[in-house]
Design a protein around this ligand. Structure first.
Ligand SMILES: [Zn+2]
Length: 245
């Protein structure tokens, strides 16, 4: 999810300093020279970044309509996916990003309400469940999969969010304000629901033309081979589901 923001602040890369290191391969820990050790760490970190290349997909990519299945295991590759998702979210100045926005069919989203790696808290929600809605509130939303498009959405003001973090610990929180809006917007993504589906009727009419433009752009990218056909996309999603769900 993205909030409208006049600032020109750019996000920076948000990798942690601990790269995934397979014990069976070369390891900086086994390298005695400190300079070489730090160089090796950097190379291996960059190698890992290069290994998983993700990008934010835009409307009307079919994966945005995919209902994600719960995650059954977390491994080094998934931790790398999460690091990459934070990086993409900050680059796009977002406050939340769901896995199917990076073309992955797994039930997970990341968030940082400050949209800044140097501020706020980086949160990962695995298998989130939103419940106990209370009150209603209308506010403007944006989405990293519909860049530049904003509109008002009415949502419950307060909700309870249950999920797991990357360490497998339970998250149980009653949230309101921006936090509540973000967890609802991102959990919607995992069910294949977009904020344009929940826009007020007047907001929907206002964005009709912009949605047509997104569709035209998507079809033209697909015609020129920039986006795989639906069968290829579905086959890839099935592979990921077989691995993690
Ligand atoms: Zn979104």
């Amino acid at each position: 999810m993205r909030q409208r923001d006049g600032s020109t602040r750019r996000g920076r890369e948000s990798f942690s300093d601990e790269p995934y290191l397979n014990a069976n391969r070369i390891s900086p820990k086994k390298t005695p020279d400190p300079l070489m050790r730090s160089k090796l760490k950097r190379i291996m970190r960059d190698y890992q970044c290069w290994r998983i290349l993700l990008e934010i997909i835009t409307y009307p990519h079919p994966t945005l309509r995919h209902k994600s299945k719960p995650i059954k295991r977390v491994d080094a590759e998934l931790r790398e996916v999460v690091r990459e998702m934070f990086k993409l979210m900050y680059e796009a100045k977002g406050v939340g990003l769901a896995a199917n926005q990076v073309d992955l069919p797994i039930r997970l989203f990341v968030a940082n309400l400050e949209a800044d790696p140097d501020k706020g808290e980086e949160m990962v929600f695995i298998n989130p469940v939103v419940s106990m809605p209370k009150g209603t509130e209308e506010n403007e939303e944006g989405c990293l999969s519909l860049p530049g498009l904003y509109g008002n959405v009415v949502r419950p003001k307060k909700v309870r969010i249950n999920a797991y973090n990357m360490q497998g610990e339970e998250i149980n929180a009653d949230v309101e304000g921006l936090f509540s809006r973000v967890v609802q917007h991102e959990t919607d993504h995992l069910d294949g629901v977009l904020f344009i589906d929940r826009m007020t009727e007047s907001a929907k009419i206002e964005v009709e033309g912009e949605l047509d433009m997104f569709e035209t752009e998507f079809n033209s990218r697909r015609d020129t081979g920039g986006i795989p056909d639906n069968a290829a996309i579905a086959a890839r999603l099935s592979e990921w589901e077989a691995k993690y769900c």
